[in-house]
Write a protein that binds this ligand. Structure first.
Ligand SMILES: C[S@@+](CC[C@H](N)C(=O)[O-])C[C@H]1O[C@@H](n2cnc3c(N)ncnc32)[C@H](O)[C@@H]1O
Length: 248
């Protein structure tokens, strides 16, 4: 039994604006803001450019982080993926959860509320979004959720987690197939035996290309393949969900 539904959480947080018109209107109204003109609307580029991009996305317009306004475009697929994540999170081998590239902390805070006995650790290489995540955890009085500014590619730890989530961050920056494979290897090492790894990729992150890569992975690490979601009102809102359970 869950403490709060995904939809209620997203609504309560004011995270996902309901209508495309509302999103467009907010983006339009914010065009006059000089910092927004620097936003390229891309997540490719050098590492430094991607970090800069997300640091800008942490700034707020009428109280809402810009990242959350843009993420609202995928609200239907996101809700679908997070509902799945809640179900997959019900049974885990231990209480430790890792949220890689946590952004503004939505997933970490949702899991923190849902599972008060679990310890959630979220990190992101853009310090300003980490600050937004901390504010979100504080507002929700979450003591079991911690955030840090860190780069996945530099992460050195032997700790393992019952659940590892990488949502929207596997194809960011200047990455080629080798980087992708290295990231997947690293996420596997971070996942406990009998633990779960969930990779979520939405339309901006070439979900089909990524799913194809993991399906073709010669180590056959993927146990349950993604279920591509396409929103009825907008095909571009596709979200893929990839669940990995590693053979020991
Ligand atoms: C599209 S956002 C997704 C945010 C969040 N996971 C969500 O689903 O709402 C991608 C995030 O991953 C972060 N990121 C990308 N590559 C990273 C890396 N190598 N190490 C840490 N964070 C990374 C970015 O800074 C950004 O906040």
């Amino acid at each position: 039994m869950l403490n709060i539904s995904v939809e209620d959480f997203l609504d309560r947080e004011g995270l996902f604006l309901r209508t495309t018109a509302e999103i467009d209107e907010k983006i339009e109204r914010s065009r006059g803001l000089s910092f927004l003109r620097r936003l390229k609307g891309i997540n490719a580029g050098t590492r430094a450019e991607v970090i800069d991009h997300y640091n800008l996305m942490a700034q707020r317009i009428e109280g809402i982080p810009i990242y959350d306004i843009y993420a609202s475009r995928y609200r239907v697929g996101t809700k679908w993926a997070l509902d799945r994540l809640m179900t997959d999170s019900l049974s885990l081998p231990n209480e430790y959860v890792l949220d890689v590239g946590c952004g503004t902390g939505t997933i970490s805070c949702l899991l923190g509320l849902q599972f008060p006995k679990r310890r959630i650790y979220g990190f992101d290489f853009a310090p300003s979004v980490v600050e937004v995540s901390r504010q979100r955890a504080e507002k929700n009085k979450l003591k079991n959720v911690k955030f840090e500014a860190k780069d996945l590619d530099d992460l050195k730890t032997r700790k393992t987690y019952g659940l590892v989530i990488a949502s929207g961050c596997m194809s960011e920056g200047d990455i080629d197939d080798r980087t992708f494979d290295a990231r997947l290897d690293k996420l596997q090492r971070l996942t406990s035996p009998k633990g779960k790894l969930v990779i979520i990729a939405c339309a901006d992150h070439n979900p089909n290309e990524m799913s194809q890569k993991v399906v073709e992975d010669e180590n056959q690490r993927l146990v349950s393949v993604s279920f591509p979601y396409k929103s009825a009102d907008n095909e571009a809102q596709q979200v893929n969900y990839m669940l990995f359970e590693f053979k020991s």
